[in-house]
Design a protein around this ligand. Structure first.
Ligand code: FAD
Ligand code: SF4
Ligand code: SF4
Length: 463
């Protein structure tokens, strides 16, 4: 008999007034008992609508059935059959618009907590003592992967399992991409990412950091060094700015810089060599996950007032619902239908706030969302000594500019086949944010996996 509760089993979390002073993980995860109780809510639907909502088609009802039985090992095996980083996706996937959005239990009440169950199983597995992964028999083929984000890591792992000699070239001094430099510790502890990377190294994947492809080595030089295929998973890390007066004043950050200082360089710790401004009033411009993360980090750094400035309404916020809710709970203020027109200059070249106008929603634009239109005569000033711009990112043009025959979109995304990731350049594949622009972890992983399959087919090693 299924558990017919209309609501999810609540998950333990740090209290908002405690967690907004620390960088420890907010969500503490289910216990085994809680996971089994929640798993009991699944109806094991024959047509499995939830599976179609998952970009990597995890066999959701099958793994949940194993959780309900208490057979967590079997549950992990089912998940890891299609998902290489479940401890990551279980934490950061936008479940509410993917698997859980299709769950029939969501028609009357809350959907099954698929993401929380996935995280529970992945964490359970990680906590078990594990023998080091067996290195597969080498198949004599060499593949280079550019970028160590979720896309590059997934591609590398899939190929290493088939016996390929894989080298991941990473521009930064630490591997993990946005998982380490963007998403904060309180949403995704870095030890989890490091454990996943250690697992890949045990499989034989070689990770070379401080290697900027397009500068340290070109793609042509990778082929000269004997790599037979190259996968580009270089992400979309180039921040966009608004192009308004005053954006180059002191105290104005791109969200990328701000988050890198906090997450990668641990600027919040007293022993960190990287400085960060400890501001009193912070305004974050944007409404996505990046904006929420920046605002929540600023709060944890001690800012008294942190506000999100977003030009549309609450209904259009692109950030995950959970992130928005957590931001509200932590005391972040929201200025909706507000658009900055200039950064105001204070003393000695420091920003002192934003000049803003009020907006109203007009006709839908190309994205289908109603276009914000300025309300005449609605100018006002918003005081802030730190301003963080989180209005999006694009792929860095470095690889495109140094690789002949690699076609890109006008906005910089690499053009690649949707199913295989093959680009316009022979033996060169691409996927993740470098192709789609800023998207999600699970889509980046799916692209890495698809490209690994295509590379294996091209090189013919295991076929
Ligand atoms: P990335 O993770 O960007 O990794 C690319 C890597 O390539 C980087 O390490 C970069 O240093 C390296 N690189 C770049 N150029 C070169 C070069 N020339 N040579 C060598 N290496 C290079 N998604 C979600 O699903 N849920 C979330 O909650 C979520 N929150 C987010 C919060 C923030 C702050 C940010 C920034 C993004 C968030 N995302 C979220 C989006 C998600 O993180 C990305 O879609 C995903 O990381 C893309 O993976 P990727 O492997 O394509 O690229
Ligand atoms: Fe849901 Fe994401 Fe897990 Fe797929 S990977 S089942 S979409 S949480
Ligand atoms: Fe279970 Fe929901 Fe999937 Fe049905 S749709 S199998 S109830 S998780």
């Amino acid at each position: 008999m299924p558990n017919m509760s209309l609501t999810k089993v609540p998950v333990p979390e740090q209290e908002p007034q405690v967690r907004n002073h620390n960088f420890k993980e907010v969500c503490l995860g289910y216990t085994a008992e809680q996971a089994m109780e929640e798993a009991g809510r699944c109806l094991h639907c024959k047509n499995q609508p939830c599976v179609a909502g998952c970009p990597v088609n995890i066999h959701i009802p099958d793994f949940i059935a194993k959780v309900a039985e208490g057979d967590f090992k079997a549950a992990y095996e089912i998940i890891s059959d299609t998902n290489a980083l479940p401890s990551v996706s279980g934490r950061v996937c936008p479940q509410e618009s993917q698997c859980e959005a299709r769950c029939v239990r969501g028609i009357k009440g809350e959907p099954v907590a698929i993401g929380r169950l996935e995280r529970f199983v992945a964490d359970w597995h990680m906590a078990q003592k594990q023998a080091p992964a067996q290195k597969p028999e080498p198949n004599g083929h060499k593949v280079a992967v550019i970028g160590s984000g979720p896309s590059g890591l997934t591609c590398a792992g899939e190929l290493a399992k088939k016996g390929y000699s894989v080298t991941v070239f990473e521009a930064l001094h630490v591997a993990g991409g946005v998982l380490v430099y963007g998403i904060p510790e309180f949403r995704l502890p870095k030890t989890i990412v490091q454990k996943e990377i250690e697992g890949l190294k045990e499989l034989g994947v070689d990770v070379e950091c401080n290697m900027v492809i397009g500068k340290t080595l070109s793609i042509d030089e990778l082929f000269e060094r004997g790599y037979e295929a190259v996968y580009i998973g270089s992400g979309a890390g180039l921040p966009r700015f608004m192009g308004i007066p005053g954006e180059n004043l002191k105290g104005v950050y791109s969200a990328n810089e701000f988050l890198t200082r906090v997450n990668l360089m641990k600027a919040y710790r007293s022993d960190s060599a990287t400085p960060i401004q400890h501001a009193r009033k912070v305004a974050v411009v944007g409404g996505g996950n990046v904006a929420m993360d920046a605002a929540r980090c600023a709060r944890r750094l001690g800012a008294e007032e942190v506000s999100i400035v977003y030009r549309r309404s609450a209904a259009e916020l692109p950030a995950r619902a959970e992130e928005v809710e957590h931001a509200h709970e932590e005391g972040i203020a929201f200025h909706f239908l507000t658009n900055p027109t200039a950064v105001l200059e204070g003393e000695q070249g420091w920003a002192r706030g934003l000049k803003c106008v009020r907006m109203e929603l007009g006709e839908p634009d190309a994205s289908g969302r109603r276009r914000p239109v300025e309300v005449e005569g609605s100018e006002f000033e918003l005081e802030a000594d730190c301003i963080i711009i989180a209005i999006g990112t694009s792929p860095n043009p470095l690889i495109k500019d140094t690789t002949q025959g690699l076609e890109t979109q006008r906005w910089g995304g690499i053009i690649a086949d949707e199913d295989t990731g093959h680009t316009s350049r022979e033996h060169v594949y691409a996927g993740g944010d470098a192709v789609t622009g800023a998207a999600t972890v699970i889509l980046a992983m799916g692209a890495g996996k698809a490209a690994a399959k295509a590379i294996d087919q091209e090189l013919g090693a295991t076929s």
